[in-house]
Design a protein. Structure first.
Length: 111
């Protein structure tokens, strides 16, 4: 039982380190210009984000299927990838909700 807790703690620590690394990258990433002349458009950025979320979900499903079929994949890795997939989907859903709210606000503005 203690070995399982050590594995879970190690997986949690590894995931926390990955999240901290991503947060550091986000803080130091260069900001694109507002006119979009040099960078990708908002639509391209959104499309790339959706493809990334889709890839994450497909990878998690593939790991879960492989684990279920008896391949030698640690359960902790499967669970971590499933959680990453869930968090990515929830974040995407929140962005979508914010975009829909913004669209409704603009649509309802008086001319």
């Amino acid at each position: 039982m203690n070995g399982i807790n050590n594995v879970n703690n190690a997986a949690a620590i590894r995931m926390l380190q990955e999240m901290q690394a991503m947060a550091g990258e986000a803080r130091t990433a260069p900001v694109d210009k507002a006119d979009g002349a040099d960078g990708a458009s908002f639509g391209d950025a959104l499309r790339n984000a959706l493809h990334t979320v889709n890839d994450t979900q497909q990878a998690a499903a593939a790991q879960a299927d492989a684990f279920a079929s008896g391949e030698d994949i640690p359960l902790t890795e499967v669970m971590v990838s499933m959680q990453k997939s869930r968090v990515a989907f929830e974040a995407t859903k929140q962005v979508r909700n914010q975009l829909v709210d913004a669209y409704r606000d603009i649509f309802n503005m008086p001319v």
